[in-house]
Design a protein around this ligand. Structure first.
Ligand code: EPZ
Length: 430
């Protein structure tokens, strides 16, 4: 298994191109299952999660092509997806266990084909991750759902029926799944307490371009009028706000200055406010964001994760790494996932002063310096928090289990090297 070696202490300066958003691309890929025409996605990130989703669709019968492309002068990939006919309607365990977001095939395949079987993903390192909202909503739309041998079997007689659904929690995954299913349902579907993350807005834009009738984008009430068929479309994936926030913290933690090309400030309001309150300069430009911590003394701030537009849980670990070297105390509260402090013991091995209270809050008291160590994390964002700590720590840090990072950070070493980090990947046979 590959490792990443970092020698800390370099101030980072320069530009980083922010890739297309993983968490937007995954449901966008599955939206292509709603039509027998071609859906083309540009500005696609090259990540192992995208490869996993592509492999899942290919085994269901989707023809996928990949082309080299340029977006705003940056080399990127364009993918086209065409599912003229399904070769099977099953999302098998071996695919789903590699990537939970495989559950995005549920809504589209059921709506188009009337039957789907999905291996239940189960929990993961950050929490139990139930799917009750996805399943009960489909039931309200007339689906017959049965759990057998670890698989969800979903069937409909004829078409899904529009329904008035209220989510007990503003789930991102359930909003995308039910939104996709409702586009081909009979009549009107209303989703109350829908999630409002920008990735959902991106999905709505594509679905509308495919011929769907949806109102309420960026609000918690979505109204969908079902149509008989959808057609092909071409769509540019939005910039990854979590990748942008992660590299913004890299600038801040090293006292550096990084211009995040393609980052959209409008999707990062709360993290930007926290950075500013800590003493970091943030300049918003039309198509970029400049994070400048040159000669700044950082002051700790409290953060509390919440549904969008609140502080994103997917930036909690990275900001906690930053609080570790800021002056004073910071209270970090995690409200979305019940087990998302797995980075804490590893940060403490590097000299951080953190006290966890229960499973939802941690007090971080800033220290003058961290020191390098071999570390490992159990999820994507926690792994990036360890990279950040390594960038500022004295000496050498080895981050193990790099496959987590490869799921969500495109060209990680290349991007950090480009702004002056001393970082390299150590290739090791599995
Ligand atoms: C998405 O996961 C993201 N994943 C996660 O990013 C992100 O942390 C999360 O949204 C919250 O923003 C993708 O987009 C692929 P949820 P998702 O359903 O959709 C509860 C990363 O690092 N819930 O919004 O699975 C659930 O337990 C990943 O890139 C139910 O109770 O998250 C949680 O407390 C990790 N019942 C809350 O809702 C359900 O049926 C939010 O989960 C579904 C969810």
């Amino acid at each position: 298994m590959d490792k990443i070696k970092i020698i800390g202490g370099n101030r980072l300066e320069g530009k980083i191109y922010i890739s297309g958003a993983k968490n937007a691309a995954l449901p966008l890929i599955c939206a292509s299952l709603l039509t027998d025409e071609t859906v083309t996605l540009t500005n696609m990130p090259i990540l192992s999660d995208i490869r996993s989703m592509n492999a899942l669709l290919e085994q269901m019968g989707t023809a996928i092509d990949c082309f080299d492309d340029f977006v705003d002068g940056h080399p990127t990939k364009t993918y086209s997806y065409r599912t003229q006919k399904f070769s099977n309607l099953i999302a098998p365990y071996d695919y789903v266990r590699k990537m939970r977001a495989s559950y995005y095939v549920l809504g589209p395949v059921l709506a188009r084909e009337g039957h789907v079987e999905l291996s239940l993903p189960g929990g993961c390192a950050i929490g139990a991750r139930p799917m009750d909202i996805h399943l009960s909503s489909l039931e309200q739309m007339g689906a017959k759902i049965e759990i057998k041998n670890g698989y969800v079997h979903a069937d409909i007689d004829g078409k899904l029926k529009g329904a008035h659904i209220t989510f007990h929690t503003a789930s991102v995954g359930a909003t995308c799944n039910i939104l996709m299913a409702a586009t081909l349902a009979e009549g009107e579907t209303i989703i109350e307490n829908a999630a409002k993350e920008p990735e959902i807005g991106d999905l709505i834009d594509l679905l509308i371009d495919m011929g769907a009738k949806i109102e309420g984008k960026d609000t918690s009430r979505l109204v969908i009028q079902g149509v008989d068929t959808l057609h092909g479309a071409r769509h540019k994936v939005i910039a990854d706000r979590i990748e942008a926030g992660s590299y913004g913290v890299a600038a801040a933690i090293t006292g550096g200055r990084i211009e995040l090309i393609n980052a959209q400030a409008s999707t990062l309001r709360t993290p930007i406010e926290i950075l500013k309150a800590m003493g970091v300069d943030v300049e918003e430009k039309e198509n970029s964001l400049i994070i400048d911590a040159t000669n700044k003394t950082l002051v700790g701030q409290d953060i509390m994760t919440d549904y969008y537009p609140g502080f994103p849980t997917d930036l909690q670990a990275q900001f906690m790494a930053l609080m570790c070297v800021a002056e004073g105390a910071s209270l970090v509260t995690e409200n979305i996932w019940e087990n998302r402090f797995m980075h804490v013991p590893e940060l403490m091995r590097m000299g951080a002063n953190i006290n966890v209270h229960g499973h939802a809050s941690a007090i971080v008291r800033g220290v003058k310096k961290l020191s390098g160590a071999p570390v490992m994390a159990t999820d994507l964002r926690a792994s990036f928090a360890l990279i950040l700590a390594g960038l500022v720590a004295e000496g050498e840090t080895i981050v193990n289990r790099v496959y987590h990072l490869d799921r969500g950070y495109e060209k990680l070493e290349e991007k950090l090297k480009g702004v002056g980090a001393n970082i390299e990947r150590i290739k090791e046979a599995d």
